[in-house]
Design a protein around this ligand. Structure first.
Ligand SMILES: [Zn+2]
Length: 235
């Protein structure tokens, strides 16, 4: 959904609540006190009331919004920002975009949404054509570490070792001058080392066994030749 459609679909708090409630209703609501599945909707209180024992419950119960006092629209805007672009949003950027006074609740929301998105990413196994690469990513160093002597190069404390896995899909009828494939999904995994056994473990876990792998001639990937029998490895 692009930004204009998002604004059209979710112009205010009420539209977000209506959408959120519809999602919950689809799954079904049950009373935690008596187990009844029949409820009355109390629109003004944004709560369900059990038709049997009159126990009231929030529609946020058992969802990622539970325990948060932020408006529904805050969550919806955050979800839109975090999922609609490839850019990653920090909690403080999110706070600025939402114009919210307090950092803490935004940080908590950001954390919960990032956890869910991370989980989804972990569940997704790459398939098709995958390019493997290794990389070093510079970490942000805390003030405590700045004064210590840091090693330079690959073993440096301020660099993380990362395996980058890029899944691409074939584009039918590519435009003249354009590549016949485009990137579909990228996974980056921080690894303790770049040994060949570590790469084998990551590939087994993250990539479908029928995928076609492409690597450079790095030692990290040389064991994939033998173990990844279903894969045609192109160097
Ligand atoms: Zn009940």
């Amino acid at each position: 959904m692009n930004l204009l459609n998002f604004i059209l679909n979710f112009p205010d708090e009420e539209s977000c609540i209506v959408h959120f409630k519809a999602q919950g209703d689809q799954i079904g609501v049950f009373c935690p006190k008596c187990g009844s599945t029949k409820h009355i909707w109390l629109k003004n209180k944004v709560r369900y009331e059990c038709a049997h024992c009159h126990h009231r419950q929030s529609i946020r119960r058992d969802t990622v919004l539970e325990f948060s006092k932020l408006p529904f629209r805050c969550w919806y805007v955050a979800m839109h920002l975090l999922t609609s672009t490839k850019k990653s949003f920090s909690a403080s950027e999110l706070q600025q975009q939402l114009g919210h006074k307090r950092y803490q609740p935004i940080w908590e929301m950001h954390k919960k949404l990032s956890d869910i998105m991370g989980k989804r990413d972990n569940e997704y196994q790459l398939s098709g054509q995958i390019e493997l690469d290794n990389a070093f990513i510079t970490n942000l160093i805390s003030d405590d570490c700045k004064h210590q002597d840091l090693k330079h190069g690959a073993g440096s404390q301020n660099k993380s070792k990362v395996i980058v896995m890029t899944e691409s899909i074939v584009v039918e009828n590519p435009k003249p001058g354009k590549k016949p494939k485009k990137i579909n999904h990228i996974k980056m995994q921080v690894v303790p080392d770049l040994r060949a056994d570590t790469a084998v473990e990551i590939v087994k876990e993250q990539i479908d066994s029928k995928a076609e792998l492409t690597t450079d001639d790095s030692k990290t990937f040389f064991k994939l030749h033998k173990l990844w029998s279903l894969t045609r490895l192109r160097l």
